[in-house]
Design a protein around this ligand. Structure first.
Ligand SMILES: Cc1cc2nc3c(=O)[nH]c(=O)nc-3n(C[C@H](O)[C@H](O)[C@H](O)COP(=O)(O)OP(=O)(O)OC[C@H]3O[C@@H](n4cnc5c(N)ncnc54)[C@H](O)[C@@H]3O)c2cc1C
Length: 375
């Protein structure tokens, strides 16, 4: 069978692309090297922050607003929880990167944000320490996504619409076969398609080698700390994000008895390949998160009760790459999501589907084109 679209990689973004493509065609094939909802890439580990006041760049905000719409649309179709609107507490220096960036997005896009004085922050969020001299803001429209549920539900929605999703089947080669046809060979069998969407996460470099855009892979460690402090219990506690002098740390309220999840957004161990990852607990990384807790979440004192390892794929400027693949007609890709891409999965799925099927999209993704690195 010849497919209208093949999606290479069914992590967060590929599953969204499968869902969005399946709304347009019944001949959609998704190929994934591991099992559904696996923990080898970048879309696992229980939770992901979703927020609108985007400190990274205000141009992401229109995409976020569309991403929110699509997450809510998906949520209406399923019975498992996807989005927890617990809000987000963000803390950093007045003249740092986080707070000025948030304020700029809020200013340009008229978003909701509560500026907190140190005393209102202490009253509203007594479980957190807000150091003197720093600024605290609360974003009420933010929250977190249940990451594995999101991936599995997007896959289920795609299958429901007639998409053919195959797991434990790695793509080994892709080639242009002329006349609008692309041949995709897997470890099991070959497939033909008119359009190919590459969403290979940390494995993307293999397919983008001619673009010469260096993607770096970082190992990231997540830790869960047990707590009896009910103020950290979901749904009464916000997610949190701190820009500190020694790094950027973030975390999530305790869900059921799982503990408070804390991780470092900065740093990370660089890997030569996604397979080269050591998934054992790294004691020095765990100690950095514990030190963050001692300083800012002082009632969290337990040892690490669970940990996980996950991969960031960094573009040179830490902004996403979403574009046509110039060397292979009919092929589009998303890559280099740089540790902040999951919240966008739904809208990236739509953008990739439109780029692949229509040759372009009205979504404002021009700032993510790979041509910004030309020369
Ligand atoms: C620790 C951590 C915390 C994060 N926190 C946040 C957050 O709070 N908010 C947020 O928005 N984002 C966050 N991110 C980033 C976000 O999770 C990622 O940007 C996003 O999940 C990337 O999705 P992806 O589909 O590109 O990659 P993946 O989910 O890794 O999917 C790529 C898929 O392609 C498959 N694949 C690759 N090669 C082949 C092949 N040859 N054949 C078949 N299949 C193949 C892989 O197996 C994989 O399933 C975080 C990331 C990490 C690691």
């Amino acid at each position: 069978m010849e497919y209208d679209v093949i999606i290479l990689g069914l992590g967060g973004v590929g599953s969204a692309a499968a869902w969005q493509s399946s709304l347009r065609s019944r001949r959609v094939l998704g190929l994934e090297q591991f099992h559904a909802g696996h923990d080898q890439g970048s879309s696992h580990g229980a939770t992901r922050i979703i927020r609108q006041a985007y400190f990274e760049h205000p141009d992401y905000v229109p995409l976020l607003l569309r991403a929110y719409q699509l997450w809510h649309k998906l949520e209406t179709k399923v019975s498992t929880p996807l989005f927890e609107p617990c809000g987000l507490l963000e803390v950093g220096p007045e003249d740092g990167e986080l707070i000025p960036g948030i304020r700029e997005s809020v200013r340009q896009h008229h978003l909701q944000l509560q500026e907190l004085t140190l005393s209102t922050a202490a009253t509203q969020f007594p479980q957190f320490v807000i150091p003197k001299g720093s600024v605290a803001v609360f974003e009420p429209t933010a929250g977190f996504l249940h990451v594995e549920n999101c991936v599995l539900q997007m896959q289920a929605a795609a299958i429901h619409n007639g998409a053919d999703l195959r797991f434990e089947q790695a793509v080994e080669s892709i080639e242009f076969a002329g006349q609008d046809r692309i041949l995709v060979r897997t470890t099991v069998e070959p497939f033909a398609t008119r359009r190919l969407i590459i969403t290979a996460g940390s494995w993307a470099s293999k397919w983008l080698s001619q673009s010469n855009i260096p993607l770096r892979i970082l190992r990231k460690q997540l830790q869960w700390f047990a707590t009896n402090d009910l103020r950290f219990q979901s749904p009464h506690c916000p997610a949190f994000f701190y820009e500190c002098a020694n790094g950027w740390f973030y975390g999530f309220p305790a869900i059921d008895q799982a503990g408070v999840k804390v991780a470092e957004h900065s740093g990370g161990i660089e890997l030569v390949s996604p397979e080269a990852v050591d998934r054992a607990l790294d004691a020095s990384e765990a100690e950095r998160s514990r030190a963050f807790c001692r300083q800012y979440l002082p009632s969290i004192t337990s040892p690490v009760v669970r940990h996980d390892v996950c991969l960031y794929t960094m573009s040179p400027d830490q902004h996403f790459l979403v574009d046509h693949l110039s060397e292979l007609p009919g092929t589009v890709f998303a890559a280099g999501l740089s540790g902040h891409g999951f919240k966008f999965a739904t809208v990236l799925g739509q953008a990739l589907t439109e780029l692949a099927m229509d040759g372009g999209t009205d979504l404002p993704i021009q700032f993510l084109r790979s041509s910004r690195f030309a020369g």
